[in-house]
Design a protein around this ligand. Structure first.
Ligand SMILES: [Zn+2]
Length: 130
């Protein structure tokens, strides 16, 4: 971790920079993650580097594609269902279908990712204790 004021390399748990006395804010990454909007998170396909996680990354891209298709189907369907109102209702319903589907898939993949991360960390801890 680096001091945001003077750039000195400081330890993770340090609260105040030993060089310039600036208060070290918790890692910039954490701040950036807070700023990421819902849609940005949904489109972020970089889960991690494990092989299984690469498959998930690939599956997630397919899931995005399928969600878009489902959204379009709902969009077109609403034109047939409610006629002219479909111009207003269609895009909203189509977009909602897309977002909700992607949230469900995202949640499932995140749970799987967490499981693999736990497994990975456990094996690292097991190796270190030997
Ligand atoms: Zn500093």
């Amino acid at each position: 971790m680096f001091c945001t004021k003077c750039g000195t390399n400081v330890k993770e748990d340090v609260k105040v920079c030993p060089e310039c006395g600036a208060i070290i804010t918790p890692s910039l990454q954490a701040v950036e993650q807070d700023r990421t909007g819902l849609l940005q998170i949904l489109f972020d396909s970089s889960f991690n580097n494990l092989l299984t996680l690469r498959i998930i990354r690939f599956l997630y891209k397919i899931a995005i594609f399928i969600s878009i298709l489902a959204g379009i189907v709902v969009l077109i369907g609403s034109f047939f269902a409610v006629g002219l109102w479909g111009i207003i209702v269609g895009p909203i319903l189509g977009f909602l279908t897309f977002v909700i589907l992607l949230i469900i898939v995202r949640t499932y993949f995140e749970l799987v990712t967490i499981l693999f991360k736990i497994a990975e960390n456990t094996s690292i801890i097991a190796k270190n204790t030997k």
